[in-house]
Design a protein around this ligand. Structure first.
Ligand SMILES: Cc1ncc(COP(=O)(O)O)c(C=O)c1O
Length: 384
């Protein structure tokens, strides 16, 4: 099966991980702080806090921003469920914004309309989770301006988007947000096995995230008396064990060296798809010139006006010839858990339309020419 995405593990990755495995610290050693420093430096953020998944990072980000049951959090309907779950973990009310069919991200126009209505009803969100779908950044400047006007905070769910740029700024710099979150799951741009990181420029948020990822415990307690020795620690908040291991961090350090080349390889593959698929009844990704996408995903939309085959048939045909296409994503509000939570039927037109027609075709740095040709030829065969 040619998967839609996969990791690349090199001999130098293995060497670095082996070093940690035979060292004294396989967790809580010096690799996690080193990885954090390198990521922060790379994306030009002041701080980075590594955890065991992007899901954990999103949860802690909501907590650090003070999200509770009294809050409303908005996110994109088209994302992985974790973008919404993070708010539900905190007891907050979740609501979804429709996407733009230009970039499959939150539509800033629809966001503005929804904010106007919410203001009248006193139902404004305190946090917006802006998802950079496929690696293509959201319209961040516009969303940031709206956040100032309507007084909400922004978490960038950049699980797909390490290495992406928006107006010459690398995603993760938090120029337009309080916190940015990356995922290092194996299908993402770089991997730590499982893993995630939150970046921020706020010392206060950094300290909060650090404490929350490790049970709410601190060793820098104010109440330390002279009778307490080196052993002493205090739990000052209710946190979790969301720590990243040094094994994972060492893999991340090694992978991070190849981030730029991975983004380039993904963009080269995307360009080739752009050229080879342009005659087919498909809507291909269009990236504006002020954006660099990491191309975590290459999503095509079926042009159903011109097509006889439906999406399910195409999906099954591609899978039957060992092409591991996937659907990203089912609108979150369609999941039974969310249906139950809302107790009403939710429907966002663009999200529904997108979901009916989207299909993610394989793209990953170690993809061979013959593998890409196989995908292209299969699409030609099944679509024409
Ligand atoms: C948009 C988005 N957010 C969050 C996550 C959660 O990432 P993780 O698997 O690292 O918890 C994913 C993972 O697929 C994702 O695609």
């Amino acid at each position: 099966m040619i998967p839609y995405g996969r990791q690349e593990i090199t001999s130098s990755d293995i060497k670095e991980v082996k070093k940690v495995l035979t060292s004294n610290f396989i967790t809580q050693g010096n690799k996690v702080p080193k990885f954090e420093k390198l990521v922060a430096k790379k994306v030009k953020a002041k701080y980075a806090i590594a955890v065991n998944s992007a899901t954990s990072a999103l949860h802690l980000s909501c907590m650090a921003l003070g999200v509770t049951k009294n809050d409303i959090v908005w996110t994109s309907a088209i994302s992985f469920v974790a973008s919404a779950n993070c708010a539900v973990y905190c007891g907050a009310q979740i609501d979804f914004v429709d996407i733009s069919l230009k970039n499959y991200n939150i539509c800033s126009k629809k966001l503005e309309e929804k904010l106007k209505i919410a203001k009248k009803k006193s139902l404004l969100p305190s946090v917006l989770v802006a998802v950079h779908m496929c690696g293509q950044p959201c319209d961040m400047k516009r969303i940031y301006d709206l956040s100032k006007k309507y007084k909400f905070k922004i978490i960038e769910d950049a699980s797909h988007a390490i290495g992406s740029k928006y107006k010459n700024t690398l995603i993760g710099s938090c120029k337009y947000s309080s916190i940015t979150v990356f995922s290092f799951h194996p299908v993402k741009i770089i991997t730590t096995g499982e893993g995630g990181i939150a970046t921020t420029n706020s010392k206060k948020l950094m300290e909060k995230l650090q404490i929350l990822r490790t049970h709410g415990i601190t060793k820098n307690q104010k109440s330390n008396s002279s009778n307490n020795g080196e052993w002493y620690y205090e739990q000052i908040d209710l946190g979790y064990n969301y720590r990243m291991t040094d094994i994972s961090a060492s893999l991340g350090i090694s992978q991070l060296k190849r981030l730029d080349s991975y983004v380039k390889k993904r963009n080269d593959l995307a360009k080739r798809y752009d050229i080879k698929l342009k005659e087919l009844p498909l809507i291909l990704p269009k990236i504006p010139n002020y954006i660099t996408s990491s191309f975590h995903l290459y999503v095509v939309l079926l042009d159903t006006n011109q097509l006889k085959i439906n999406r399910l048939k195409l999906f099954n045909k591609l899978r039957s010839v060992d092409i591991g296409v996937q659907i990203h994503y089912i609108p979150i509000y369609k999941h039974p858990f969310y249906k139950k939570l809302f107790k009403k039927n939710f429907k966002l037109n663009n999200s529904e339309d997108y979901y009916e027609r989207c299909i993610s075709i394989p793209i990953y740095p170690s993809m061979k020419r013959w593998q890409q040709d196989k995908v292209i030829n299969a699409l030609r065969k099944f679509l024409v």
